[in-house]
Design a protein around this ligand. Structure first.
Ligand SMILES: *Cc1c(COP(=O)(O)O)cnc(C)c1O
Length: 361
């Protein structure tokens, strides 16, 4: 293995800022004079409680979360929320609307069927999830307990460029785009995200829940999967993922130092703009996502020739651009360019693509 850091285009777990890793490294055996690592301390200790509360506060400030919403630190994974959402919210009317625009919203809709009636309000399956349906195409029911969608489709590389207008509360999986742009949290009933894409190491799931929606869970809901329990116990019904919460806190400091979510949005547009521009001007490469639906976090592309794709992926890895192989559902390549991906990494990948295109095109 090389002792150089690589540009890691993994979809998740993914890159963290070097300064965050270095900070964590410097504090790993003795956290700020406590004589122990954050990994070793009681989650109820004063030292950890301070980390916990400060991390919650930082996230509230950065995302401008209103008082009507609680921030929860959970261990379920984003996938656990596919069950937790219907268990907690479906009871209101027994029905929910789902937009299926990729792998994870499809899994969420399938899970929800166990807890009530699921109306597929829209699906992009007809064109292998290469686009996002327009507002006018959403078939909304008038008695849905909530409307569910996934803001950025990590595998297919598409993103919603609008917030759906619905009467029912919005529930949104933001696993792969949270903290990458301003969001009007007041419009949402529940926002959730697995941390390992754009926030922290794997093991933490953040949920932002409008408090009045909690407390109506189905009787089958396990205590630990009740939003109400977790709100009442401030995410400490059991041991929370302490280390990941600490890492999130360090990463939130980094986001704040780099212009907050507005700063992240500028970088996101810069990185994805460069990459799509190079791909659009190439002879060899086509993008999976249709213009207007393209993700600025996960860029999916291919040559149409599997051998050439494999050659690209191998030569890129040798040049220090790793994890560019696409998911088997799309084939080809995928460059995941989350907050922590340096602009330089994308600039250099663009140069590599240009050269590859010239040499092989
Ligand atoms: C990665 C991902 C998931 C799955 O997350 P887990 O934490 O592994 O359960 C769900 N939704 C989206 C959008 C993702 O990118």
């Amino acid at each position: 293995m090389s002792d150089q850091r690589v540009f890691n285009f993994s979809a998740g777990p993914s890159m963290l800022p070097v300064s965050v890793l270095e900070r964590a490294g410097s504090e790993i055996t003795n956290y700020r004079g406590s004589g122990m690592s954050v990994m070793e301390m009681s989650h109820r200790s004063k030292v950890f409680m301070k980390i916990f509360e400060e991390t919650q506060d930082k996230l509230r400030r950065l995302m401008n979360v209103p008082d009507s919403h609680k921030i929860l630190f959970l261990q379920t994974g984003a996938t656990g929320q596919f069950a937790m959402v219907p268990m907690n919210l479906m009871g209101t009317t027994g029905k929910a609307d789902y937009a299926v625009t990729g792998n994870f919203s499809n899994l969420a809709a399938k899970e929800a069927v166990k807890y009530g009636a699921v109306n597929i309000a829209a699906s992009s399956e007809d064109r292998n999830h290469s686009y996002i349906p327009a507002q006018s195409e959403l078939k909304l029911s008038d008695d849905a307990s909530y409307f569910y969608y996934c803001a950025n489709n990590t595998i297919y590389g598409t993103e919603w460029d609008y917030v759906p207008a619905t009467n029912a509360p919005l529930v949104c999986d933001m696993s792969s785009d949270i903290l990458s742009a301003p969001v009007d949290v007041s419009k949402y009933g529940v926002i959730f995200a697995g941390a390992q894409k754009n926030m922290a190491p794997a093991g933490l799931t953040v949920a932002i829940v409008r408090e009045d929606l909690a407390g109506h869970e189905l009787p089958c809901t396990p205590t630990i999967m009740s939003y109400k329990t977790m709100i009442d116990k401030d995410s400490m019904y059991n041991t929370p993922p302490c280390w990941c919460i600490y890492m999130l806190g360090l990463n939130l400091d980094w986001v704040a130092e780099n212009g907050g979510v507005e700063g992240m949005q500028k970088l996101r547009q810069l990185r994805s703009g460069m990459l799509y521009d190079v791909l659009d001007h190439s002879k060899l490469f086509q993008c999976h996502a249709q213009p207007g639906s393209r993700s600025s976090m996960n860029v999916t592309f291919r040559t149409g020739n599997e051998e050439l794709d494999a050659k690209f992926i191998q030569e890129a890895a040798e040049a220090g651009f790793v994890n560019l192989k696409g998911h088997r559902k799309t084939g080809g390549m995928r460059a995941s360019i989350y907050n922590a991906m340096p602009v330089e990494g994308v600039e250099r990948l663009c140069d590599f693509i240009r050269t590859f295109d010239k040499t092989n095109g």
